[in-house]
Design a protein around this ligand. Structure first.
Ligand SMILES: [Ca+2]
Length: 110
């Protein structure tokens, strides 16, 4: 890869970070799901509401860590349609453990 290509990729990463910060500012809060531990890897974010199935976002059974901003509280289930074991998180950064790691299929803001 040439230096020009590396610089281009870095620029794209910077743009994505700026867009995510703006999304948080405008929405007042959100949950971000990451497929890697410690808030790394591919991510998808939601500003509120109820998401009955993460499969339509390409994120079913893929979440390994999360971040919740602005004092929102979210409930996460291991099955679609808000069924099965669930866990509740408030503002902060968390790694999902055991049954919940790579198993979240639906979620709802509380
Ligand atoms: Ca699941």
């Amino acid at each position: 890869m040439s230096n020009n290509q590396i610089q281009s990729l870095s620029f794209i990463d910077g743009v994505e970070d700026i867009c995510q910060e703006n999304a948080a500012t405008f929405s007042g809060g959100r949950i971000i799901l990451y497929n890697g531990a410690n808030q790394t890897g591919t991510s998808v974010s939601f500003t509120g509401g109820r998401i009955a199935s993460l499969s339509r976002f390409g994120f079913d059974n893929r979440t390994s860590s999360i971040e919740i901003t602005n004092n929102q509280t979210w409930q996460l289930w291991v099955n679609p349609n808000f069924e099965g074991n669930d866990v509740i998180y408030g503002k902060g950064k968390y790694n999902l453990k055991g049954l919940y790691n790579n198993n979240i299929s639906s979620l709802s803001e509380r």
